[in-house]
Design a protein around this ligand. Sequence first.
Ligand code: FE2
Length: 420
Amino acid sequence: MTTDQTEIDASTAVRAPAAGPFDVGGVRLDRPFKIRRLGHFGYNCLDTDAMLDFYVDGLGLIVSDQSPTMPARLPAEQRDRLSANERLLHFTRFGSDHHQFVLIAAPVWDWVGRDNGTAGASINQITWQVGSLAEVVEGADWIWGQGGRLLRSGRDMPGSNWHTYLFDPEGHINELFYGMEQIGWDGLSKPREMWSGVLGEAPALPMPSEAAEIRAAQGSGVDIAGGHRAVAAQAREYAVDGILMSRPFKVVGIGPVSLYVDDLDATVEFYRQMLGFSVRGRVGWDGHRGALLHTGSEHHGLALYETGLRAALGAPERADSMALGFRVANYRQLRAAVAFLVERGATEVEVPAELLAGFDYVTHLRDPDGNLVQLYYHQRQIVPAGAEPELVSGGAARWPELIDAPPDVFGGETFLGPWE
Ligand SMILES: [Fe+2]
């Protein structure tokens, strides 16, 4: 999120939409990319200090980098009014991805987003991982050709991920990305000298691998161990399934994303047609409709609810999201997590069961800005119907160049790079 935010206006560009079907890794698809999972998500924060306390000290997310570059673009008189934490973008994670949850001060985004209509938004980005850099680049071209509203393409630092940003019809910023920097056993992010890899346009493929970039940086004298490492956690006094931890649970997953939308039917169609989601089911409560969508074997990774629900749930007027899901490691930890967070001051909010599906035990806690955290330990996985795959014999020389996609070809855990 460090480059220019100028919107790319597809309506003034002349570009012939590429026609399908597309070859995605030798599999025939009707768009040149496939969303594999939610990679990260960001909020523009009203109370950045309290949000950091909730998500880092409470939920246990780990700070992987704090970047001053975007807040530094504000005019001096506005920047001077920011607190120390508001002058930084906070990149956090629970796993090895450099960032899985991002916190940005609302005054910073209100300035940066003033030209693209996103000033005042509570969601900064909804970011989906695709399978390769080619899928990002060819996907952006295809979305443009379909008349989609693109914001920008390129590569961001910190995090090193290649991306394209686009708007849904409600103005929510979505991102497709490949190649998130991985944080290893030493907990270090990349050194700041490597943030010079920011790119404000789509790359010309192929690009060097990340490992080749790191070797080149080493060769030019960059201190490869000069990155950021999170400060030590609080006292580790909880025995959690055999490990001493600083809280009685571990976050192990992010998503689903639940959004408020003014036009449910149009937004469902956008996520179906443009981004390749499928509708898992429809829900409703007290006249408020919703739709649950998926891209893989998860019950749903995206839930869309009509805006009228916002007031019924007591959510703030600015809230773009109904909830953001976080999965903890097991059922016992889920119960302990709720008790721990309520003890720290969080409030549990009852969301009508009619609006939820795919969970057995799930609860919602209000964060300091008024967004809901959807806490659960398990979401139903859906096994595709149909016969066992038919083994193609005769040796690789006789295999076709392009195959139809098996119903579960993108199911299960996959390795998502960056590639060496
Ligand atoms: Fe992002």
